[in-house]
Design a protein around this ligand. Sequence first.
Ligand code: ARG
Length: 438
Amino acid sequence: MKLWGGRFQKEENQMMEDFNSSFPFDKRLYQEDIMGSMAHAKMLGNQGILSREEAEQIQAGLAEILTDIQSGALSLSGDYEDIHTFVEAQLTQRIGEVGKKLHTGRSRNDQVAVDMRLYARHCAQDLHEKLKDLVDALVSTGQENNCIMPGYTHLQRAQAVTFRYYMEAYASMFRRDMVRVENSQNLLNESPLGCAALAGTTHDIDRKQTAEELGFAKPVDNFLDGVSDRDYLMELLADMSIIMVHLSRLSEELILWSSQEFRFVSLDDAYSTGSSIMPQKKNPDSCELIRGKSGRVFGHLMGLLTTMKGLPLAYNKDMQEDKQPFFDSYDTVMAALEIMCGVIRTLRVHQERMEESVKNGFLNATEVADYLVAHGVAFRDAHGIVGRIVLRCEEKQCAIEELSLVELQEFCPVIEESLYDYIDYKNILKKGNKKEML
Ligand code: ARG
């Protein structure tokens, strides 16, 4: 079923009809589509373009359609070109001829643009909430396990940090993601309704009214831009891609940490799976899937950028291709955030194992150099001295603090008994700005 055909003499090719139809995927916009239509009908009534009764009849019909879809009494199925066609057809079926007046002063071009903005605004809100949950999970799991652990550069043990601080690093990333999503949400909050096909309408419509009714800050400035702007979708896809980068990095850490080589953490059974052949296996599939799904979200961003890049103004059917990538990314990122939140909340942190690892790998070597500096040695000389101490320790397979004072003094005479306290891992974190990590 189509909303056009008057000027056609032949039937549409069947495959072309399927190729053209967006109903299988844009039906998820039913709520937004109905809200947009209700606002439009109300405004048409206020402006005297339709009579008050007509406008009210249309609005009541639309409200009924919405209720029926929500209750399951009306199923979103059938041979329709798109959600807009479905709703209009339903309306006319229910309220008769007056239903045909709904589309006065409007085009599907501004209609779909409104639907997508409303939908994207809602998605941004959902993403924001899920990000907040994850931040809370990271902060509380960190606080519950405030032990020291090795920090790495080049994936080589570098200096002592705390697990709480490590989790805070990820919380900072997800907090930035929240701000990014808020910014996108603010930027997209303009109404394209009333742009009509591309050039407005001869009817005396009021775009401010509909914008306000739908909770938009204002109508868009320009009709041509209004119907063909998909920046907000690209932007949210970019935001979601960055969220996936962050989730994927965190996943990678957890995958490494849960390996036998690290044994820093164990994932809860609820977020792990087993092997069909190796009975001993417990695999971190939750994290692997999140890491893997990042590729799919990045792909959707690239896809939409490519779809949009060559389009002249104003609406082009290419833009129908904005929906599946956006919907799929949203579903994927929402699920990934929720799963990661569960992983973090149920994570078992092996504090002793982490603390043990801090002691191997000379994670206090920089502090030995700091000690020498505090006793008058220039840092560059101190660096060389500690390097030689580390070499000796490697030969003897011991930690720096396991060398005797006499032996240490061979390398540098300023070293005193106080060094041992200075480079003790628990004490290190009480000095300078390292206190922030405690
Ligand atoms: N299904 C279309 C889309 O998603 C709706 C707009 C159709 N406009 C048109 N002029 N055919 O973009």
